[in-house]
Design a protein around this ligand. Structure first.
Ligand SMILES: [Zn+2]
Length: 492
């Protein structure tokens, strides 16, 4: 009796061990097929001039989306939509910026005319109307009228026919329930609408970050200026821009006043109100007859900020994340060890325009939410030496697959944090999934070794570290395969 059990136990161990060895070998083969060379090539393709910075809604974004769909198809990743298509469509108006335009200081405090320089001193507004606006310049803080919060940047100041110098964001800095009340005022669209209602001629928006997440308002012209241009416009007022801004935030008290100079903004754009864009969605069907009804979603935004004045390649943000997912998708599709659960890959469009793609996904999910194990979002995963898995600590059963893979094969610094409620406006596709109740992890690279050029022309492939992209794709391959084959977890 005793020996029979021993033999049985021995057999079990033997079978498991042999199977594991084979599996391990197969997994290692696929693992080693992921190369930094391929990853850099994907990012270089997506960052190239032909896609013009992948502005969602534009034909060039669509060309990039088709390239991704072709890659998925050739890798054997099936279309993710019910109509056997890779494309999930949604409306996406956009503006093409035709030239850098100009910003001219007409009458400064020293009465000298001056042209500001693109791209060092300003960026044109991605959704500016075409034409010219000129007028006296007034500083209006955050450009917010919030009577219920007893805060009004426009209180004692006439802005009709003026050019407004304005901050992004809100004056309240805390991440708590008070921030919820400020959230509606944090949108660029609110601020532009409010300025237009009050008859402003245009806006010089402080912070040189190209951003299509604004609105096109008929006849309304704006541009983004650097902090140093803002500082220069304050010359002669007896106040410093940086100090004024800091005081408004500290006291949450407005302080708007004329800057005693005159500026002209010129913009050359073309508006396409009826355009559309898409998410690219691919799928690897699970190999297990039961578990295949459960899915893991991996997402990254494919779009970037376009070419406002010149090419903004969007290499780190977010050709890197798209490349990482593409490489992981190819590895999982070719893997001899098949994922038991279904894997869904979503390359979001419209993220930079206001999270259009992830919002569209919520309207029309391709998988029942209650059958989704988790969503993993990748944004800016291509510069550094380590990884950060936001929310990972709150889901140890998910995190363990990534830490194990890292400990065994990658040996990178991998940190995780707990879910932290964000009371401000959602800023990533992951935040939209989190809000909808999905278990959501966000993967970033940490320990930047190169300068980060956020929404700027220098965000090209030189800003990437291909080795970390290779390891990100490897981490995804192993981590997702582990999750997909883990019988100890489930949707319940
Ligand atoms: Zn991004």
């Amino acid at each position: 009796m005793y020996s029979k059990y021993l033999i049985l136990l021995f057999l079990c161990l033997f079978v498991v061990r042999v199977y594991s060895q084979d599996q391990g070998k197969a997994i290692r083969t696929t693992f080693h097929s992921i190369s930094s060379h391929d990853l850099l090539n994907y990012a270089a393709e997506l960052s190239s001039e032909k896609y013009k910075g992948r502005l969602s809604g534009s034909p060039e974004y669509q060309a990039a989306a088709s390239w991704i769909a072709d890659q998925l198809k050739h890798a054997g990743v099936k279309p993710g939509l019910a109509d056997n298509s890779y494309f999930q469509w949604f409306p996406n108006a956009y503006s093409e910026v035709l030239t850098p335009g100009s910003i001219t200081l007409l009458e400064g405090n020293n009465n000298q005319q001056k042209e500001y320089k693109f791209p060092n001193e300003y960026f044109p507004g991605s959704n500016s109307a075409s034409g010219t606006a000129s007028g006296e310049v007034v500083y209006v803080g955050f450009g917010i009228s919030a009577p219920e919060l007893n805060y009004d940047d426009y209180k004692n100041i006439d802005v009709k026919g003026r050019i407004l110098v304005m901050q992004t964001g809100v004056p309240y800095a805390g991440n708590d329930s008070t921030q919820l009340k400020w959230e509606p005022y944090s949108y660029h669209r609110y601020k532009f609408q409010r300025a237009k209602e009050l008859g402003a001629a245009g806006i010089l928006y402080i912070g040189k970050i190209a951003n299509p997440n604004t609105s096109h308002l008929e006849g309304f012209i704006y541009a983004h200026i650097s902090d140093s241009v803002a500082e220069e416009l304050f010359d002669g007022t007896g106040q410093k821009y940086a100090e004024t801004h800091a005081a408004i935030v500290k006291d949450v008290q407005p302080n708007s006043f004329p800057l005693n100079n005159k500026v002209k903004i010129s913009a050359s754009t073309k508006y396409f109100p009826d355009s559309r864009s898409c998410n690219v969605i691919g799928m690897i069907e699970g190999s297990d007859p039961i578990l295949k009804n459960e899915a893991i979603i991996i997402g990254a935004h494919l779009d970037a900020v376009g070419s406002p004045g010149c090419l903004f390649p969007g290499a780190l943000d977010n050709a890197s994340g798209s490349a990482d997912i593409l490489a992981a998708a190819k590895a999982l599709a070719s893997s001899e060890v098949k994922p038991a659960r279904t894997i869904i890959f979503v390359f979001f469009g419209g993220e930079e325009c206001g999270l259009y793609g992830s919002k569209k996904y919520m309207e029309s999910p391709v998988w029942p939410k209650e059958k989704v194990i988790c969503m993993i979002n990748l944004d800016m995963v291509g510069n550094g030496t380590g990884f950060h898995l936001a929310n990972g600590k709150s889901f140890p059963e998910l995190l363990t697959h990534f830490t194990e893979a890292n400990d065994k094969y990658l040996h990178r610094d991998l940190k995780a944090s707990e879910v932290r409620i964000n009371y401000g406006r959602p800023r990533t596709d992951g935040a939209i999934f989190e809000k909808a109740g999905y278990k959501t992890l966000s993967l970033y690279t940490s320990g930047s070794v190169k300068p980060v050029y956020y929404h700027a022309p220098l965000d090209n492939t030189n800003a990437l570290t291909p080795e970390i992209m290779e390891d990100a794709a490897k981490l995804l391959y192993l981590g997702i395969l582990g999750l997909a084959n883990d019988h100890g977890i489930g949707v319940q």
